[in-house]
Design a binder for this molecule. Structure first.
Ligand code: ADE
Length: 253
């Protein structure tokens, strides 16, 4: 049974597809393209999540219902919520929060109605494996995967991989005041994106293990969109490719 690999960026998909072993199958459905095959010996279905909570939740549901994936692993980029995180660092999601969920006064702020919880935990074992894979990628593979000039351009000096909470919602953070407000409400959050917690909820409801790894692309402030497309092409796609190679190749050994 395959693992569902969701990527939040088309640039990551393009890079991963070059690794998909010959004989892969393509299915188009609901404006999404599902690629079934093998990545470094592991059976996978790779798909672009599309952006935002609804899009990503729909893609995750399709992976579970139509492609019978046994788990979902999500890659992509995120904005740094904590000041200690820098562009080029990696966050492996520990707990996933929906920062825009607010059904007050029916439920406390951030609580997901009918589920009695405000966050979802990722699969602990896979999360630890991803953290190890990310750390090994940064330690041993980065100089080859991302050129010195690109690393210099994005000021990536000694990047680190951490386990941390991620908050998702239908909002791109581009103002430091919004980031500060988020941290007042959800102080454990390390990074922000627009999809992970929605997919975590789908996986929770279907009892499918979920993990997520995100490369920090910006500081979730006024500079957030600066060089964003270039970062996706030259850095983020190399990161997710390298981390998955480490994860699947090393676990096959
Ligand atoms: N993904 C990458 N950067 C982000 C940001 N600043 N806000 C939300 N999602 C993001």
């Amino acid at each position: 049974m395959p693992i569902g690999i969701m990527a939040a960026m088309q640039e990551e998909i393009d890079r991963l597809l070059k690794e998909l072993a010959a004989g892969s199958e393509v299915v188009n459905d609901g404006r999404r393209t599902y690629h079934s095959g093998h990545l470094w010996g592991t059976p996978v279905v790779i798909v672009f999540s599309r952006w935002g909570k609804v899009a990503a939740a729909t893609t995750a549901t399709d992976l579970i219902s139509d492609f019978c994936v046994t788990e979902i692993l999500f890659t992509g980029v995120a904005g740094a919520a904590q000041p200690g995180l820098k562009v080029g660092d990696i966050v492996v999601g520990a707990r996933l929060w929906q920062h825009d969920m607010d059904a007050r006064p029916l439920f406390p702020r951030h609580e997901i109605p009918l589920l009695g919880r405000s966050s979802f935990a990722s699969d602990e074992k896979r999360c630890d494996q991803l953290l190890q894979a990310a750390a090994a990628f940064l330690r041993d593979d980065l100089p080859k995967a991302v050129s010195e000039s690109t690393r210099a351009a994005f000021n990536i000096q000694s990047p680190k991989a951490i386990k941390g909470d991620i908050a998702s919602g239908d909002k791109f953070f581009a103002h430091r005041a919004d980031r500060a407000d988020l941290l007042l409400r959800l102080p454990t959050v390390a990074a922000v994106d627009m999809e992970s917690a929605a997919v975590a909820q789908v996986c929770h409801e279907y009892s499918v293990p979920f993990t997520v790894v995100r490369t920090i692309s910006d500081a979730a402030d006024e500079s957030a969109t600066h060089d964003f497309p270039l970062f996706l092409r030259q850095v983020a796609s190399a990161y997710s490719h390298g981390i998955l190679e480490r994860l699947f190749d090393d676990s096959a050994r």
